[in-house]
Design a protein around this ligand. Structure first.
Ligand SMILES: Cc1ncc(COP(=O)(O)O)c(C=O)c1O
Length: 450
């Protein structure tokens, strides 16, 4: 382990090779020979790995859910129309977040479609979306036959840069869809200000941000509506599942109607009690039972992930060329669905990120490079060339869309990011030390990486 002294990470942020060498040489750690600990041969070159133990498993269940699952099974009331569990989960999840209303859905994807449709996003509209995200965040816009318009990412925070939003607005723009990606709260105030100036609605993709907070307010309740995912890998898992939350009960009633085949619900009863356009995006009773059992551990797990992430950051920020993610100024609680940092190859003998990931994996630390650039996803051209997009948007608009979708800072982030999965953050402090020690070892052997 590097003997930590008070060295500023800023000293290492020069980007030219001369600057890098100078920054490393200038470090007091370098003088003491401490930045080159040579903790043995790299495991990818046949040395001993830093770690051979596994990592905490996910998801984790306990016996308390079993009786309830059996009770639902034996009752035959598996559908929410006959049971009580989905409604009970909605009440409890709303209470947990401090929301006036919650609608449970079949998944995060269906929650997003429900929110966007209910807020009036129609074929031919445009929605401004974060480009550093999971494919579902922009696929839902395509499913509504609208155009996802990407605004660039701030690579330091991994989230959308609000400064680039306004220039993307056209007369067709209807909504903004910021994503609290990896559990990192987006800087929401400037986004809400842009939305207010242009009469736009805001749907927060909080599918990775259960209990995350911006200015001490829960993510998902900052915009017009917020959406969550409860898929298997998530902090609140049920195999599949999702939710729409909001403080406008009448609006969530309309979401309910849409998700239940367009049937009137609560305060929403259209003239003549006619159904409206709708789908079946309902959650099953079994999912709700699992979610209520998983909810019992969510706060404690979230605290542990937060403490471990903070400790890991304190160690990683001392390693040249490793840049932990910076939280937005208003982010009061990040929940780390993934732990992210950036890898600067200039500090690692120009070794490509792929080599770093291989070396780290070989040391017993599972890791990945995360998302690719959404704006270059093949599905975009497929959509733009489809019959419906050719009908709905002018050739001039689609050509301009292609030209404008150049996002250099998002590209940079997609090339530099490294992630650890959330279950690793449920480990011990020693587990975090293993991660940092392995990276220090690779840094010490950087001349053998390429
Ligand atoms: C950011 C983001 N948005 C949307 C989704 C879609 O959620 P689901 O997989 O539950 O449909 C996910 C799920 O992985 C996600 O991570």
């Amino acid at each position: 382990m590097i003997n930590r002294t008070n060295v500023s990470r800023r000293e290492f942020l020069a980007t030219t090779s001369t600057g890098v060498a100078a920054a490393i040489a200038a470090s007091p750690l370098a003088g003491a020979g401490l930045l080159n600990p040579k903790a043995g041969k790299l495991a990818c070159s046949g040395g001993q790995p830093v770690r051979t133990k596994g990592w905490p498993p996910w998801p984790v269940w306990d016996r308390t859910a079993e009786d309830e699952i059996l009770a639902v099974l034996r009752s035959g009331n598996w559908y929410r129309g006959q049971g009580t569990r989905v409604t009970e989960f909605e009440r409890r999840y709303a209470e947990l977040l401090g929301a006036r209303s919650c609608l449970a859905t079949a998944s995060g994807t269906t929650a997003l479609i429900t929110a966007l449709h209910t807020l009036g996003v129609e074929a031919g509209d445009e929605v401004i979306v974060s480009p550093y995200t999971f494919v579902a965040s922009y696929n839902v816009v395509f499913m509504l036959k609208a155009l996802p318009v990407f605004a660039d990412t701030d690579p330091e925070t991994f989230t959308i840069d609000p400064a680039g939003l306004e220039e993307r607005i056209t007369e067709r723009t209807r909504a903004i869809l910021p994503v609290h990606i990896l559990g990192l709260p987006v800087e929401m105030d400037p986004i809400m200000a842009v939305a207010g100036r242009h009469g736009l609605v805001v749907v927060e993709d909080a599918c990775q941000a259960w209990l995350a907070e911006y200015k001490n307010r829960k993510c998902g309740l900052l915009g017009t509506l917020g959406c969550f995912s409860f898929q298997n890998s998530k902090h609140l898992p049920a195999g599949e599942g999702g939710a729409v939350v909001g403080n406008d009960e009448a609006l969530v009633d309309r979401c309910h109607a849409f998700h239940n085949c367009g049937r009137p619900h609560g305060s929403f009863s259209p003239p003549g009690n006619n159904p409206v356009r709708g789908v079946n995006f309902r959650m099953q009773e079994f999912q709700a039972v699992i979610l209520m059992s998983q909810m019992k551990r969510l706060e404690k797990d979230t605290q542990l992930r937060g403490q471990n992430a903070q400790y890991l950051t304190s160690r990683l920020q001392e390693i040249p060329g490793i840049v932990p993610c910076k939280l937005n100024p208003g982010a009061t609680r990040a929940v780390y669905h993934l732990y992210p940092f950036r890898y600067k190859k200039e500090f690692f003998n120009q070794a490509p990120r792929r080599r770093f990931l291989e070396a780290l994996g070989a040391e017993g630390i599972p890791c990945s490079g995360g998302y690719g650039p959404a704006n270059k996803d093949g599905l975009i051209e497929e959509a733009l060339n489809s019959k419906s997009y050719q009908r709905l948007f002018s050739k001039e608009r689609l050509d301009r869309y292609r030209q404008e979708t150049v996002l250099p800072r998002n590209d940079q982030l997609c090339g530099e990011a490294v992630w650890f999965t959330q279950n690793m953050l449920l480990g011990t402090r020693q587990d975090m030390d293993d991660i940092a020690d392995a990276i220090e070892k690779i840094y010490g052997n950087r001349d053998k990486l390429t």
